[in-house]
Design a protein around this ligand. Structure first.
Ligand code: NAP
Length: 296
């Protein structure tokens, strides 16, 4: 099968194209700045709508996995127009081009589409985004539903894992604790942290089995940022007394964050062979890798 993956050099894309490569699929790895490590590299700037059309007409993919997005929540808040162009307008264009070719479109979305008042959201719960990033991602979801007949929308939460340049939460925690720096970590923000290699396998299964519809794909544990950081430090024998629990209201974010955007992943558990990992299992796999990549 011919796969076209946008955002192939990003945190999730980097893992996904490596997993696709292992199962010998033809991968067209779209990038804007960062050259992808696997697949056939294709330059694609989502701000150039004509380029999207040209690439789709040339490649005629069977499956499109649209991961690229403006993911910097603060930047989206200060530049909502740019966020809309990348996360919504380009997604709408990709949805239309996918439909023209009859390909299966998989769109990665976010737990931030929820307002966080309740937590443990399932696929039937109503969305109510609090910030520009989340609004533009939700409009992207609407475009996929509106223009496509074969689609899958996958919402994930706090992805973490290794990446050549992107630093995720656990690595940031470990680096700082190792240099004996104290850190303020929010104790009243809950998500469902997702280990990227586990997420990638679930996305792969969705794409290979043509699983259509809306699906929450995250780790299976609801946890606060502070408890997550404490688990990491305890498991690596680092000094967790350097972690200071603080409240979200004490951080001067421009963009509002949901206080509990944890996801209910019962549907994924019931339909996928690759099951979402608990935080314990994720850290069991990831921390030895992280330990090897850092001079601990
Ligand atoms: N990270 C999170 O916390 C999180 C949480 C839930 C859902 N998600 C969703 O998961 C998906 C993947 O996230 P990620 O964490 O892997 O993202 P990431 O590491 O921030 O990477 C973003 C990707 O988008 C590409 N991109 C940005 N602007 C572009 C443009 N104008 N034209 C073409 N490509 C562009 C980047 O390409 P270049 O590097 O080449 O510029 C990069 O590959 C996103 O759709 C995101 O909304 C992320």
């Amino acid at each position: 099968m011919k796969f076209l993956v946008t955002g192939s050099g990003g945190l999730i894309g980097n893992q996904l194209i490596s997993d696709l490569d292992k199962i010998d699929q033809t991968i067209y790895s779209c990038y804007n700045d960062a050259l992808p490590l696997k697949g056939i590299p294709i330059h694609l700037d989502l701000l150039n709508l004509d380029e999207i059309t040209t690439i789709f007409e040339k490649i005629k993919p069977d499956v499109v996995i649209h991961l690229a997005a403006l993911t910097d929540v603060e930047l989206c808040e200060s530049n909502p127009k740019l966020a809309y162009m990348i996360n919504t307008t380009a997604t709408e264009k990709i949805a239309k081009e996918s439909e023209k070719l009859g390909c299966f479109l998989i769109y990665l979305s976010t737990d931030y589409v929820f307002d966080g008042k309740n937590g443990m959201y399932d696929e039937k719960n109503s969305s109510n985004p609090l910030n520009e990033y989340a609004k533009t991602k939700l409009y992207g979801e609407k475009a996929v539903e509106k223009y496509n007949t074969k689609w899958s929308i996958l919402r994930t939460s706090t992805p973490f894992g290794n990446h050549p340049t992107r630093k995720t939460f656990p690595k940031w925690i470990v680096e700082n604790l190792k240099s004996k720096k104290s850190l303020n970590i929010v104790e009243d923000q809950f998500t469902s942290p997702t280990y990227v290699p586990n997420l990638s396998k679930m996305i792969l299964e969705v794409s290979m089995s043509n699983l259509e519809g809306l699906l929450h794909l995250s780790g299976s544990t609801r946890i606060s940022r502070y408890e997550f950081a404490k688990l990491i430090s305890e498991q690596l024998d680092l000094d967790s007394s350097l972690l200071n629990p603080i409240k979200m209201e004490n951080i001067s974010w421009k963009a509002k964050r949901p206080s509990d955007s944890s996801l209910d992943i019962s549907k994924a558990i019931s339909i996928l062979k690759e099951k979402p990992y608990s935080i314990k299992k994720s850290l069991q796999e990831y921390l030895p890798e992280l330990r090897n990549s850092l001079p601990l």
